[in-house]
Design a protein around this ligand. Structure first.
Ligand code: SF4
Ligand code: SF4
Length: 60
């Protein structure tokens, strides 16, 4: 089971992860990214690579 960690201190709510994720795992709530759809995650790591703040960690 994959785990997604979002560092709330680093996240700016830019929405890149929402735009980049092919299966809509993320939503922005109160200007922070939250995981709403973990079961759909393909572990492609696009979000981890693309987050400009390095706030996302995918743990397999
Ligand atoms: S891409 Fe990174 S900084 Fe931007 S909303 Fe997602 S987790 Fe936050
Ligand atoms: S690893 Fe891929 S599928 Fe999983 S949340 Fe990130 S972008 Fe979405």
């Amino acid at each position: 089971m994959v785990e997604i960690k979002i560092d709330k201190e680093k996240c700016t709510g830019c929405g890149t992860c929402v735009d980049i994720c092919p299966v809509a795992v993320f939503e922005i709530k109160d200007e922070k990214s939250i995981v709403v759809n973990l079961d759909e995650c393909l572990v492609c790591q696009a979000c981890e690579v693309q987050c400009p703040e390095g706030a996302i960690e995918i743990i397999e």
